[in-house]
Design a binder for this molecule. Structure first.
Ligand code: SF4
Length: 561
């Protein structure tokens, strides 16, 4: 059952006694003055059974603690400690000085409920509603900027040997659970105790520079994995109630073998050349992927995709993508989310050149949406890039830098990329050939299905309005920097769903910080009087009386005096 906070103000609550001491204009002070309408118990009623079970910690209090935890980037243990000892937290939460409001497990359980019930979007909306209430957000038609930033995964990333060993350990744990036995003991019975050391590579006493010895170890590991998978199949048939859990661990082990190992016909194994596109890099976080921040910087984990209102800088949409996903993935979903959360119409979407590809433009054009993004430039070594050629889509003709034209089109299927080829003899005798094409073949130019959209985009980006919009896109860099400051560079959780909740809480803090700053600049009172906050004159009088009596009769002397 849901616990609720009493609307009756506590006489000795820290926000009554120490609000000015902590500072009304700080985020703690802002939360103290606004938490009653910002986070209400009734908004979380769907998370609880209405008429059964123990009474929970009040959700309005739990979400306020999670908000402060995201603000300060602390662990659950530290957050609980701060509710006990930190006066700023006491003021923000409206606690009495000796009050210990909630246990760590209750807070974790509450956060799990938020994840399971997918309340991320509703929480983000609360921060936007607060911005409207405070007068910070007024527009109903906005421009949004989109971008992504890497999130480093929480799971340990290991090499192929240790990754396979971890996959084996995970499956052993599931099978040992079925036999109600300790995993290490179960593994010893199966002759797999080597996998329960700190590092398999540390245990294997071989010369790791010797390729043959390495392949021998790999063959032994894959052999053990295959035997374990056969055993898992039998366990699944014998224990159908546990089949799903076993199948998940077995599927992961199979995938690790398939992605990294080349099994030769004779039974010998070696590590595959190259890296599979969607390679699993961590057993503890199988959703983490190899990603590229740019051509030279790699990371392992996920990507935070964010939509920001370019005028107010409020974050209206968040999503966590796979680390190897393109930045433009789910860009339309982010725009839709922003419209739902902010209750606005997105008039224009702005992104960097990652959002300027043909398919993304087509998706936006199909919804009659304006997308402003640079058209990606595909370099062509030291030869003329495609942009040096004039493409006339009406005549279906291409003019090259030497003034030659062609309308000879190959692979011309409706709705697909077309390939134009210049006359071979003309190219052979051309004086610009060395700057245009390598080898003996004539120059070819690919024209994508969305070429007309790309031409319109190039033209728009050259206009003053287009250049100004692209310059203004920089606001999203500032908001991403703020999110990184709030700790989203590193995931606190395994998996994308929980990581997304971390991102949502950081976005809520970033938005409320903007609103608090706005109220401070305006010199307006941050809080609004509500039924609960207007505590009667008697309480106000008693509080003043208490403070006077305290000052009169309590002598604050040093402990050593
Ligand atoms: S090599 Fe062919 S396509 Fe290139 S500039 Fe010369 S004529 Fe034109």
């Amino acid at each position: 059952m849901m616990g609720t906070r009493s609307p009756q103000e506590k006489l000795f609550a820290a926000d009554h006694l120490y609000l000015d001491y902590v500072g009304r204009e700080t985020l703690y002070g802002y939360l103290a003055q606004n938490r009653r309408h910002l986070f209400r118990d009734e908004d979380f009623a769907a998370l609880y059974c209405a008429n059964n079970g123990r009474t929970s910690a009040p959700p309005s209090l739990a979400i306020s603690i999670l908000f402060l935890r995201a603000y300060e980037g602390v662990s659950f243990v530290e957050a609980i400690d701060r509710t006990k000892y930190d006066l700023r937290w006491k003021v923000a939460l409206g606690l009495e000085v000796e009050e210990m409001p909630v246990q760590k497990s209750a807070l974790q359980e509450f956060e799990a409920k938020l994840v399971i019930h997918e309340l991320g979007e509703a929480l983000l909306k609360k921060s936007i509603d607060e911005a409207r209430r405070a007068g910070y957000l007024r527009n109903r038609k906005i421009r949004v900027a989109l971008d992504t930033t890497p999130i480093l995964g929480k799971g340990a990333v290991k090499d192929t040997y240790n990754l396979l060993a971890e996959g084996i350990v995970q499956l052993v744990c599931r099978l040992a659970e079925v036999d109600a036995e300790a995993p290490a003991a179960w593994a010893e019975r199966q002759g797999l105790s080597d996998y329960f050391g700190s590092s398999l590579k540390g245990v294997a006493a071989i010369d790791w520079d010797d390729k043959k010895q390495r392949e021998k170890v790999l063959t032994a590991i894959v052999g053990n994995a295959r035997q374990l998978l056969d055993l898992a199949k039998r366990f699944q048939e014998a224990h159908p109630e546990q089949a799903e859990v076993i199948a998940t661990a077995a599927a992961l082990l199979k995938r690790l073998i398939a992605q990294d190992v080349e099994e030769k016909p004779g039974g010998n194994c070696r590590i595959k050349q190259g890296t599979e596109k969607d390679r699993v890099v961590s057993v503890t976080d199988p959703e983490a992927r190899h990603g590229h921040k740019n051509a030279s910087k790699l990371f392992n984990g996920h990507k935070a995709a964010v939509a920001v209102d370019m005028e107010s800088q409020l974050i209206g949409g968040v999503e966590v993508l796979a680390g190897n996903a393109g930045d433009q993935e789910k860009s339309l979903e982010l725009v839709h989310q922003t419209e739902r959360v902010m209750e606005v119409t997105v008039a224009e979407t702005v992104g960097d050149c990652a959002y300027g590809g043909g398919p993304t433009r087509r998706a936006f054009a199909d919804e009659n949406r304006i997308l402003t993004a640079k058209v990606p430039v595909i370099s062509n070594g030291d030869c003329f890039p495609k942009t040096e050629f004039t493409i006339d889509l009406e005549k279906m003709e291409i003019r090259c830098p030497a003034g030659q034209t062609t309308n000879e089109c190959r692979l011309a299927r409706e709705g697909e990329r077309k390939r134009f080829q210049f006359d071979a003899a003309t190219c052979q005798s051309c004086s610009l050939r060395a700057q245009c094409v390598r080898g003996q073949a004539p120059r070819t130019i690919s024209v994508q299905a969305e070429e007309s959209l790309q031409q319109q985009a190039r033209a728009h980006n050259q206009t003053e309005a287009g250049r100004k919009t692209l310059r203004e896109r920089v606001v999203i860099e500032h908001r991403l920097a703020r999110l990184v400051q709030l700790g989203i560079r590193k995931s606190r959780y395994f998996g994308r769903i929980k990581t997304c909740m971390q991102l949502v809480m950081a976005a809520v803090v970033a938005n409320i910080s903007l609103v608090a700053g706005y109220c401070k600049r305006q010199g307006a009172p941050a809080g609004i009087p509500s039924q609960e906050t207007v505590y009667d004159t008697n309480i106000g009088f008693l509080r003043v009386l208490f403070v006077i009596l305290t000052r009169l009769f309590v002598r604050h002397e040093p402990a050593w005096a």
